[in-house]
Ligand binder design. Sequence first.
Ligand code: AQP
Length: 333
Amino acid sequence: MNAKPMIFSGIQPSGKLHIGNYLGAIKQFVPLQDTYDAIFGIVDLHAMTQLYDKEEMSERIINAAVNYLACGLDPDKATLMLQSGVSEHAELAWILSTVTPLPWIQRVPTFKEKAKNQPDNVNMGLFNYPVLMAADILLYKSVAVPVGEDQRPHLELTREIARAFNQRFGSFFPEPEEIIKGGKDARVMGLDGKRRMSKSLDNCIYLDDDAETIYEKVTRQGVTDPARVRKSDPGNPDICNMFTWHTFFSDERTQKECAQQCRDAEFGCMDCKAVLVRNIVQTLEPIQERQKELLEDLDKVRDIISEGTERARKIAREAMKEVREITGMTYLD
Ligand code: AQP
């Protein structure tokens, strides 16, 4: 019997982790590992729904693990696991798909968005993604799931699927709450200011970007108030994506000063971006120092993943045994 309630959250190794993953998800994982029995997954089966280079997958998994740890996940408190190492995720996903009416999946906005982003590869895995996600969460009987704002519809669907299963087979799964912190960083927009920052879109600041790269990206690609053409035009920080980023990385005094000087046309966009870059670099500095240490000891990172996956596997096996019993799938037992 677990002393603490379970939570689960995952990140797909579909590319390098970015500041949206950090601000929207990982940053809030850290305090939760003290109060919950937390399982954090590297959900590589989900990443298979996009085309990928198979030679790169291991590197991406390590990048995700290194970043989880560099951002403060403590393997003595929380479990870091690899989804494909626990086959029960896929097994439960199948069972849950049999209680999920088709229209529930058809209405999920993230499917439509992803299908638009990869029109040549609209595969069944992409369609079934929310059911696999429900399985990831319910397998551990999680009571809550810390995620970014974009995952809200998936969590709503997870509760509906749990309810449908419980109605058909008897009460078994809890209906998990989402833990989404308020604030604009629950949905970080990309450099373009138009779409959510996403690994699969070229609009990210990655957690391992160096100062020069961050400067280049922010100054060249960071979209500001579109109506402001010259430095002498008064700007509007309320509609400036780079100013929104200040609210993530700069202290309140700096935010106020930048906003005022922008409105008074004393500060040009490049001046404001220079301050922003300095503060992003400063925020990422301790994470990047830790990344370097971890990259020098990859055997330790691999051990953390293996041990975490082993622990998750034990919990998952127990749960699936119960699921098979209550669904009557025990003929050979
Ligand atoms: N831009 C974002 N703002 C806030 N939170 C975000 N998250 C992702 N992007 C942002 C949160 O990070 C966690 C892990 O997400 P994921 O990698 O599993 O899937 P995703 O949301 O599809 O992330 P990407 O970067 O957009 O990946 P691709 O491009 O491969 O689809 C989640 O909690 C998510 O909310």
